[in-house]
Structures are given as structure tokens and as C-alpha cells.
Design a binder for this molecule. Sequence first.
Ligand SMILES: [Zn+2]
Length: 297
Amino acid sequence: MPELPEVETVKRGLAPTFEGAKISSVDQNRPDLRFPFPENFSKRLSGHRVTTLSRRSKYLLADIDSGDVLIMHLGMSGSFRIENDVLGETPGEFSHARSKNPKHDHVVFHLQTQENTPARIVYNDPRRFGFMDLIARPKLSDHAYFKDLGLEPLGNDLSGETLAQLFAGRKSPLKAALLNQKLIAGLGNIYVCEALWRTGLSPKRVAGSLATGTGKPKQKANELAAHIRSTLEDAIKAGGSSLKDHTQADGSLGYFQHSFAVYDREGEACRKPECSGTVSRLVQSNRSTFYCPRCQT
Ligand SMILES: [Zn+2]
């Protein structure tokens, strides 16, 4: 499942083609993905221009000059690929067999780019947990998708102060609080495990323990905020280089593999040079948590 850094990477990969492009037409090859497409989906987009492409949590948002916002969610297996006359349609060395299967091409945006060249952005999704929607821009923040979303972990809002405010008095485990989308939006299991490991904080610790009695941040809250940001940014950086390979080869904007320090490494030695611990796995809120019981306290 794509996590926030992958969605951000897809956004950065699509932006040069999508932003400023005029949508000539849209092929919608099914009535639904996870949810039905909105009524007149193709009609409401065709002939309009994409002004900006942005991201909120794991949603991609394309502002359309009609006043609508095109919402795109990748679900479990959604991916985009860009096709144009330069890239062609020949699968390249880096092609993902899964994402190239035309049977799963559910939406094709036919574009005239800002440089006035024709291009296609193809949405492929074998499992169809992804979805698309159109919402008028003024109604966006009150919409069910967005109204309860917490702060954006890559935005300026994330700091030791905001973590302390969000967590003060909370008795839930720190891991669960970090995964609570109403507090912080888009932070997934893998990156929570990695950020906690980098900070040396136990996932089992009470969330409120990061705040003082008056709701001020303890030092570890400041460190955790910095490590959440750096964990995500490192992954985006890694994705950016992998993305470059993909677009050069065949235009696919698929998923990429990272090397994780603690995630999925149960039984292996802790990678901190000064630590002799072993990575453990435990189950919290039905999700696997990987951590080092020795250096994460
Ligand atoms: Zn350790």
C-alpha cells in the first residue's frame, strides 16, 4: 500500500505533465473503482485546464479551472503512468508488469500539456481500492474525506509544541496516537516505526508522556517531530531517484523499495552502532510494530 512519501513522489512525478495541461478528454473504463465515479466525470473535466496539483494526507488534489477539485486516491494498488510521444508505449526495462496490464487501466486522461504536446496520464489499479471524485473547491475542507484530518506531517504545523498539545493527557500508546489520522494525517505504520526507532522512543510508552503537566513539549517531543519529518523526507528523496529511473524508462510512477532500519526486521540486530539489542515485533491495534526494546524506552 502506498504511504505518504510514495503519494508525494507520485505527485512530484505527475506535476510537470499534469499542471497547466488542458484535459482534451477522459476515458472512464468502468462505472466504479472503490466507489462509483461522480456523475458526468468525463464531461466535467474535458476541455478544462489543471491549474495545480497538490497533496493532502494520501489524497492527490488536481485543481481544475472550472472550480472543481479532482480527488485521486491510490488505494492499495493504484498507480499512474505517463505516456507521450517521447516515452512511447513500449515497456521498458523498469516496467512493472502489474501496472502495465491494460485490463486494469481504468482512467485515461488525454492531455495537451503546457508545452502544447499531447500526453496521456493512465490510472491503473488491479485491486480497485483507489477512487476518484470531483468536489467544488469551496466545499473541500468540510467534505467527509478531509474534515477530520489532523495536521500534515510534512507541513510547517508539525513541531514538538504541536505534538505535546495533541498528546497531552492521552493514555493511549504512543504508536496508536501517531497513527490516529485525526491527530496527524497520512502517517502510516512503516514510518511511525522508523521515526520511533530513530528517536529512541518505545511504541508502548503512554502518548501523554511526551508533554509536561502544563502541556509543554519534553525534549523527546521535539526530537520525535524532527525525526518524523526526516524519515518522510529521506523516503521521498529515495523515491525521487527511483522515480527518475522509471520515468526515463517507461513513464511508470509505481512504488519503490526502501531499506528500512527497523520495519520488517524482526530478530535482526539493531542498527544503532552503540546498541546491542535485537529487533522485536509486537501487535498493536492489529498492526505489527517493529522496535528495539533495548534502545527504545
Ligand atoms: Zn537498539
